[in-house]
Design a protein. Sequence first.
Length: 418
Amino acid sequence: MHIAIVGPIAGEDVREYLGGGVERLPIGYLGAPLTGIMIGELLRLGNSVTAITTDSALSLSDSPVQLLGERFKLIVCPARPRAWRNNGKYPGRALDLFSFERRQVANQLKVAAPDIVHAHWTYEFALAALASTTPHLITCHDAPGVVLRFTRSPYRALRYLMARRVFRHGREFSTVSDYMARELAPALGYYPCVIPNPIAPYVMMRGGVRAHPETRRVAVVCNGWDRRKNPEIALRAFAKYRSTEPLAQLHMFGASFGVGEYAEKWAKKNGLADNVHFLGRLPHRELINVLSGMDVLLHTSLEESFGVVIAEAMALGLPVVAGDKSGAVPWVMGADAAGCISTGVLVNVLSIDAVSGGLKKAFDERYSMRSASAVSRARNTFAPHAVAQAYISRYRNILKISDDGSPSQPATPQELSL
């Protein structure tokens, strides 16, 4: 099968699948390792893949960069760097709803002529996929209405309108958690099938069941300081926890959490910086290496459509302390219908006392049991090979192709969910 993957794709995430010419490999679109993971797995399963993304560092007057590998082509289209102000002769990308970027991606899709296009997120890449008229699958990685409620801005309002257009005109959708399926059902008119995000093989390989630690190293991975991510509670709860565990350490990763960045300045201003290490944004492999040396992941986000870092921490054997009502978090952690959980501790992340108590509980005598359950859940649910196989089944259903190449009967959403 020839599959086009369109969405955020970083050049480094697909370097290993390319042949010559990698010295001119563009940066691409950072922030979504999952697309690179999926590309690798689809190639390993014998498919041909054309990956199309954008890069705001490329000149707007240049043609898209194209690089080849075995059964793989990477196409990186120029994108406008500014959302509102003019970009040379072009307006800000938000003002025309990314029309320049959408047009370039759609043109490349028409030339590539794949059997199916798989678009990630419900914004410019999904609109480009719909414009190409190729059979499509659109994977929804966030709930645009929820994002807008937490981040009220003109930019997010326009992104919301783009997503509404995708929901109106798209035919085939999937999403990454049962929470997301429920959130999207009113807009789509049905519950989309659920196929979770994959975890990188190098994360799986680093994982293992942990013995009860003598240290108290708590990790927070949070890209950006905002109300939805709720980092203030994490810092205040850790300070309370440290009053009974004075040797405990908090290691904070992500944008705004580096030395001299907003989080450190805020923590120092509020007297909450003791035993807190601000490590900032790291390349993904480096982050995983450092995270594997932690003991517990603390995740105080108020809402997650999936929560990749939670799944990654579980794969590494870290018990997780996270929100009992934070969107997809309980599902990712394997909570049952009654909210019972064995991979970590679910708490009210609006309560400093509850989060502090959750940290204390995470280090109790059941630590190793939670670690074992976390590893098992991650390997059984988020393994990249299984996720890729689920997507291939979905592609075949959309194209009505069975494994032997003959027409197939449509599957039910339950059959297609992983």
